[in-house]
Design a protein around this ligand. Structure first.
Ligand code: AMP
Length: 321
């Protein structure tokens, strides 16, 4: 599969790299690292990384504006479905490649490499580079390292396998990565977000069966001087609360006129539930978009029911044992 992707990369002079809306470090890292690697290997090719950016990810490199994408090769990373691809019209391209680690949603590529057991899209790009003639340097290795660190939540999720650790160890050794320096741009944040995190901790509500949730309105975001993307940046910090096995943030997004839902789990598989609310994602890290805040109660109810079923199953297992 990787050789097929490399063959396509070799054949096309113009290549566009895209990823999902609501950019995150893995989406950014995987596209920018692949762009850098293609350019390092084939300096005369035109390679563009597109989509809406975020100032906080500027350290991964600059995004490109492309007027004419017709006839180019499109590589979509970290995105399982068409509706979540940012900034391109699939009909413009002569060939499409998908490289993804989300559970399969729909086919849109001529060549699709999907491994939902992989930790991150960055890990897949690392494999692509390792297994083909694409070149790597310290800059590319650094970006891939950050993408993997971010999507595994510093290797705490069970998507970090022995294989992930072996690949990362080799990256660190081969390219002499100074990991403490790399973490700074990834984890540095304004004090306004720390204050919001304090607010979330104080105001998280709990359902009977272990769903912790908070509804963050525009007024609350304004009070803390943060935007609608901020709560999603801190949701992983709310893992390992005794009373919560699922936790979910609802954030009013005035710019996009919807409610952002970010959910995490340390037990029940939640992406199936979120898919009923215009969402999806990974088994234990999912998201959705609602039209109105009132709909959040339905999400909470559905997740609470899921937790109840999960707890009953666990109790059953314990009794049998
Ligand atoms: P987030 O909570 O935004 O970090 O998202 C967690 C995971 O859910 C990521 O893999 C996202 O790609 C996915 N996700 C977030 N929002 C949606 C959505 N509206 N539809 C499908 N997947 C989503």
């Amino acid at each position: 599969m990787y050789s097929d992707i490399f063959k396509l990369i070799s054949e096309y002079d113009k290549i566009v790299l895209a990823r999902h809306i609501g950019v995150d470090p893995d989406a950014m890292a995987s596209t920018m690292a692949l762009k850098d690697s293609i350019l390092l290997t084939f300096p005369s090719k035109k390679v563009y990384s597109v989509g809406s950016g975020s100032n906080r990810f500027n350290y991964f490199g600059k995004l490109d504006k492309v007027d004419d994408m017709v006839g180019a090769l499109l590589i979509v990373l970290d995105t399982p479905d068409i509706k979540r691809i940012d900034g391109v019209n699939l009909a413009d391209f002569s060939k499409i490649v998908k490289i993804d680690h989300h559970p399969f949603v729909e086919k849109f590529g001529d060549v699709e490499h999907i491994n939902d057991a992989a930790s991150s899209a960055s890990e897949l790009v690392l494999e692509l580079i390792n297994e083909t003639d694409l070149l790597m340097d310290k800059n590319i290795a650094s970006k891939l390292y950050l993408g993997i660190v971010s999507d595994t939540n510093r290797f705490m999720f069970n998507n970090s396998t022995g294989d992930t650790f072996r690949k990362v160890a080799k990256l660190i050794e081969d390219y002499k990565l100074e990991i403490d320096k790399l973490y700074e741009p990834l984890y540095l944040r304004p004090i306004s977000e720390v204050r919001l995190e304090g607010y979330v901790g104080l105001h998280l509500e709990l359902t009977e069966n272990g769903v912790a949730y908070i509804k963050l309105t525009k007024e609350i975001l304004d009070e803390f001087m943060v935007d609608a993307a901020s709560p999603g940046n801190m949701i992983n910090n709310f893992n390992y609360i005794n009373e919560a096995i699922v936790w979910v943030f609802f954030t009013e997004d005035i710019k996009n006129n919807n409610i952002r839902v970010s959910a995490r789990s340390r037990g029940p598989v939640i992406n199936e539930v979120l898919s009923h609310f215009n969402g999806g994602g990974h088994k234990y890290a999912s998201g959705a978009r609602l039209m109105k805040m009132e709909e959040s109660d339905d999400v909470i109810l559905a997740l609470d029911k899921l937790c109840l079923g999960y707890k009953k199953n666990m109790e059953g297992d314990n009794v049998e044992n």
